[in-house]
Ligand binder design. Structure first.
Ligand code: SAH
Length: 353
């Protein structure tokens, strides 16, 4: 048993079954708190680790948004869940192309993991920009802001509900007779979900993600700015259990080695968009990550890099473009979506026209 598994069993024995959101939150705090999970030797690979072009294009996106905002003399560049800091290092380098952009920004990183904060400090040491770390978004948001979040929303806890013969019940994590973690249902019906659905339907409620989008929506609507979210999920409101665990690039059972596998859900952009509009901000997208990156000039950037590259490097660049833009089993281009939350006074942002 992992240490967190022992804690979970004790907690459930004492308090009774816990929500899927609490299970996810406790496991992920442990998971990210203690490790650098990225890359070939880790558990999974994210787009900024696939190619420097990803962060560079996002840096140019941010610089162009800053120009569209009227070049405020100072603004916060905020990244949510910066991982190794790779995206931000590439973005800051590319941001040099826009005169005044780097001088105007102060960098705020929202990161809960002590291990990843250390890694981010190392990665950004040569960037010439000194970051400030924050544990929460609410501590980072102030004044005009440009916010970047790649694969952040998918790590935020969701609650799950299941339709039964007698109405919606919350899916809970409890213990079986042998004391092993297992799923169950709340003994009483929940009144929190009211949608009609066939018996057996599972529905996820991303309350933490909705809260992040609403906070950002209120901020950009009053103080100006925009946020870019890149994550995997469907554009139209969905149903179904999307919780998954990944360890060493393979799917594992969500109760296998809790705290030692990455737990994620698909981001339900269709259900999250109304929270943004209620907060007074505009939603742009979602568009597929493939379409977004190509609109930002991925193909041209790849060509420019390939001109100065060896044949092997050239092949790696083409493979990265395919990985980032194509659909299918290994591609990130179609399942991943880009969504912007923007000050409604701003025009269509790059990649969303
Ligand atoms: N954006 C990076 C990393 C994605 S993994 C990349 O694309 O490579 C998710 C990141 O979010 C990690 O840095 C993790 O530690 C952080 N994270 C997850 N949940 C968080 C939370 N509730 N608060 C702050 N950071 C969180």
């Amino acid at each position: 048993m992992t240490r967190i598994e022992q804690q979970l069993v004790r907690l459930i024995r004492h308090d009774g079954p816990i929500g899927v959101d609490r299970y996810m939150g406790l496991c992920l705090e442990q998971y990210y708190g203690a490790r650098d999970p990225f890359g070939a030797e880790g558990d999974f690979i994210t787009a900024p680790e696939v190619s420097q072009m990803f962060g560079e294009l996002i840096g140019l996106w941010a610089a162009e948004v800053w120009r569209l905002m009227g070049r405020p003399a100072s603004f916060r560049l905020i990244e949510l869940g910066p991982g190794r800091g790779t995206l931000m290092a590439d973005a800051l380098r590319a941001g040099r192309l826009m005169p005044g952009f780097r001088e105007a920004l102060s960098l705020h990183l929202v990161e809960m993991s002590p291990a990843l904060r250390r890694k981010q400090a190392e990665t950004l040491a040569a960037s010439g920009v000194a970051p400030v770390w924050r544990a929460n978004l609410s501590d980072a948001l102030e004044g005009p802001a440009i916010i970047i979040a790649n694969e952040f929303l998918d790590a935020l806890p969701v609650r799950q509900f299941q339709m039964t013969e007698t109405g919606w019940r919350e899916r809970l994590v409890g213990l079986d007779d042998a004391g092993q973690l297992r799923f169950g249902l709340s003994p009483v019906q929940t009144i929190e979900v009211r949608e009609a659905a066939p018996v057996g339907t599972v529905l996820e409620r991303a309350e933490a993600a909705a809260d992040v989008l609403a906070q950002i929506g209120r901020s950009v609507a009053t103080e100006s700015g925009a946020a870019l979210f890149l994550d995997y999920g469907a554009s139209a409101p969905g149903v179904g259990d999307t919780l998954q665990a990944v360890k060493r690039h393979r799917f594992v059972n969500v109760f296998e080695t809790p705290g030692e596998a990455d737990l994620t859900v698909q981001v339900d952009f269709g259900r999250l968009a109304p929270a943004v509009r209620r907060a007074g901000a505009a939603v742009q997208g979602p568009v597929t990550q493939g379409a977004f990156l190509l609109a930002l000039g991925l193909a041209q950037r790849a060509e420019a890099l390939a001109r100065r590259a060896t044949p092997e490097q050239g092949a790696a660049i083409s493979a990265a473009v395919a990985r980032l833009t194509e659909g299918g089993e290994t591609g990130m281009g179609a399942l991943f979506k880009a969504l912007a939350v923007a000050d409604p006074r701003l025009p269509a942002l790059p990649g969303f026209a």
